[in-house]
Design a protein around this ligand. Structure first.
Ligand code: NAD
Length: 245
């Protein structure tokens, strides 16, 4: 049986680790041709080796506009269009009030807000009719974390951008949605939060555990595919109930 993304071209930023990598795997299983981006050539090579010939790795930092231009030039040359764009690259590099540094604030906003915005804007000329754009947000967009205040604000900002973009769905012939995970077992989260992360999830997530990245990828597949053909401007919380706790 053909997969639900058969012959679709997908671009996933930050697709070499965690949630982005799980989404790439899931899309490949559904027949998509996938471009994954990241900043590290070694990790890009490993991801391509792991997933096979349907995947192309492109070194590209979303906070550098010239890198995004190079990424989309490569996609144009190799595939000619984008059916599914996943603006996933993001970092949580900040602190609490009293401990912020200019460098951390600038970095968080440059990757999460500026990077997401230009990932989408620069893709516009390549988007196929009825393309699906997924912006990876966070449950912290509505349930801010005082240890990650700028991160939380940055995710609220991208949700707000998507709200505006969704209003343009008809004239731009796209759908655009936010996929907001709750705490998810990824190198990014475990690296930042350390070994207590499971106890934190047990205490605070109504489903009593961290998500696996594969569970977030299932939600991404829904938003990417025609199964969500009438969904635009939504924020889908795949968070085990975290925003409601
Ligand atoms: P991760 O650190 O495991 O992976 C992040 C990926 O993004 C990596 O491949 C990294 O190289 C890439 N990346 C980072 N900065 C980049 C840049 N400037 N340009 C290009 N690529 C860059 O993280 P993850 O936990 O899988 O996070 C993925 C997304 O999910 C992020 O947007 C994050 O904010 C969001 N998120 C994660 C969680 C969680 O608990 N893990 C929860 C909510 C939201």
């Amino acid at each position: 049986m053909p997969g639900v993304l058969q012959e679709k071209v997908a671009v996933i930023t930050g697709g070499t680790s965690g949630i982005g990598l799980a989404i790439a795997h899931r899309f490949v299983r559904e027949g998509a041709r996938v471009f994954v981006t990241g900043r590290d050539n070694g990790r890009l090579e490993a991801a391509v080796k792991e997933m096979g010939p349907a995947v192309t790795g492109v070194r590209s930092d979303v906070s550098h506009l010239a890198d995004l231009d190079a990424l989309y030039a490569r996609v144009r040359e190799d595939a000619g269009r984008i059916d599914v764009l996943v603006a996933n690259a993001g970092i949580a590099a900040d602190a609490a009030l009293g401990a912020h540094t200019e460098a951390n604030v600038d970095l968080t906003l440059a990757v999460n807000v500026k990077g997401t915005l230009f990932t989408v804007q620069k893709a516009l000329p390549l988007l196929a009719e009825n393309a699906s754009i997924l912006v990876v947000g966070s449950s912290n967009s509505v349930r801010p974390n005082e240890q990650l205040e700028v991160y939380s604000a940055s995710k609220a900002a991208v949700s707000n951008l998507v709200h505006n973009w969704a209003r343009q769905s008809r004239e731009r012939r796209f759908r655009v949605n936010v996929l907001s995970p709750g705490p998810t077992r990824t190198p990014g989260l475990v690296g930042a939060a350390g070994p207590d992360v499971d106890r934190f999830a047990e205490a605070l997530v109504p489903l009593g555990r961290l998500a696996d990245a594969e569970e977030i990828a299932e939600a991404a597949l829904f938003l990417a595919s025609d199964a969500s053909s009438f969904v635009t401007g939504a924020e889908l919380f795949a968070d085990g109930g975290y925003t409601r706790a």
